[in-house]
Design a protein around this ligand. Structure first.
Ligand SMILES: NC(=O)c1ccc[n+]([C@@H]2O[C@H](COP(=O)([O-])OP(=O)(O)OC[C@H]3O[C@@H](n4cnc5c(N)ncnc54)[C@H](OP(=O)(O)O)[C@@H]3O)[C@@H](O)[C@H]2O)c1
Length: 366
């Protein structure tokens, strides 16, 4: 008898949803059975473009959650809706893919965690770079002792987010985007946690945070578009600082430095530095005790995290891993509980700007 596939509902038919749909359509154990969005026309268009057949199309999550055969919900709406969408999906008993950032406040994260725990459903948060080939290689090398004990990690999300992005108008506002570290920089916080942990599928626990913010773009009527290499005038300024620099202390004793820089005048860049007591990695260049007699950097010809385009992101790896977790009845290393630790760093940085003092983590408690 043919295997019954897990049914997927994709909610929020925008840019990133194209890749969620493509990944679930390709996974042999899943089928996209419904698409919903604020506008029905957007759901229809997304399903047509993806060539989906026999698919339910809805203009609200509540209606779509009642569609027959939905096992997994992909939350692809703007970030200020992620908490309410996740809670609704959990209460309906669905496994959930949550786009980053997961929430706009500690209270939202607390409510999401409560709903997910009560429902006993599986979650994965789209820190999709964990499946980028360079990330996978670095993690495998760290786990294989190529760098020894990790004592320092630097990761930076240098990306001039602007009006070229369909999600920009929600993301740029303080009320719906909150901060640059939350909107995009959370990828760099997550990467810092990921590389600071020795285990292959483990992210480090942050215990203290200190942060500064600055830059030039907050409230400015000027925006740089790196895709066209042009400065533009805009009446949609960013309502928060584009630069945040965060220092982290991990439970292992390792130290991290993370920045988000949405004010940069250059193409998208995601530099990585990982220092251990037996080796160092700078992006795809390695210096390691595993290469005796090494005279210059060993360079890995692999795929780097060097594009913001969602078609470049390894969503297939993320969704395949999530489906494996659901079928095996186990939690992902990138589940809601883990993502809360990444987001706590973002909210701790916000607290730092008010108090000018280091902030101890965790903030949520159990
Ligand atoms: N993991 C990653 O690397 C990655 C990459 C890109 C984006 N993202 C994240 O994914 C999320 C979505 O980003 P995006 O780039 O896809 O933005 P987007 O293109 O603006 O898509 C969001 C879609 O949500 C729909 N929507 C808006 N308000 C809604 C509501 N109240 N109810 C239902 N649907 C609503 C809109 O569709 P309508 O046409 O129906 O209004 C819109 O097309 C953001 O949190 C973003 O940070 C993550």
């Amino acid at each position: 008898m043919a295997e019954k596939k897990l049914g997927v509902l994709v909610h929020g038919a925008g840019w990133v949803s194209t890749q969620h749909i493509a990944a679930f359509a390709k996974n042999p154990h899943t089928r996209v059975v419904a698409v919903s969005s604020r506008k029905l026309a957007s759901a229809v268009k997304r399903a047509d473009e993806a060539g989906l057949r026999d698919v339910g199309l809805y203009d609200s999550l509540d209606k779509a959650l009642k569609h027959e055969g939905v096992d997994i919900v992909s939350v692809c709406t703007p970030q200020h809706l992620h908490a309410e969408n996740t809670i609704a999906a959990a209460e309906a008993g669905k496994h959930i893919v949550i786009e980053k950032p997961i929430a706009n406040s500690l209270d939202e994260m607390r409510a999401m965690r409560k709903a997910v725990r009560k429902a006993g459903v599986r979650t994965i948060v789209s820190f999709v770079l964990r499946w980028n080939p360079l990330f996978e290689t670095i993690k495998a090398m760290v786990a294989d002792d190529a760098l020894g004990k990790i004592y320092y990690v630097e990761t930076d999300y240098e990306h001039d987010i602007g009006s070229w992005w369909s999600g920009y108008d929600d993301a740029r506002k303080a009320s719906t985007g909150v901060s640059a570290l939350l909107v995009g920089g959370c990828h760099a916080v997550d990467a810092c946690r990921w590389f600071a942990a020795q285990g292959r599928y483990e992210a480090a626990d942050p215990v203290e945070v200190f942060a500064y913010r600055g830059g030039w773009r907050k409230g400015s009527d000027t925006e740089f578009n790196y895709l066209t290499n042009q400065f533009l005038k805009t009446d949609k300024p960013m309502e928060y600082d584009g630069l945040e620099v965060v220092l982290l202390k991990f439970a292992s004793g390792a130290v991290g430095k993370v920045s988000v820089n949405a004010d940069c005048v250059m193409p998208y860049t995601f530099p990585i530095e990982v220092f251990g007591d037996k080796g160092t990695i700078r992006d795809n260049r390695i210096w390691s005790h595993k290469f005796p007699g090494q005279k210059s950097w060993v360079t890995l010809p692999t795929i780097l995290p060097d594009s913001a385009d969602v078609t470049h992101h390894p969503f297939q790896g993320q969704m395949d891993h999530f489906v494996e977790c659901i079928l095996a009845g186990r939690e992902s290393h990138c589940n809601l509980d883990d993502a809360i630790k990444t987001h706590e760093v973002v909210f701790a940085a916000q607290r730092c700007y008010e108090t000018n003092a280091p902030v101890r983590l965790p903030l949520l408690g159990e």
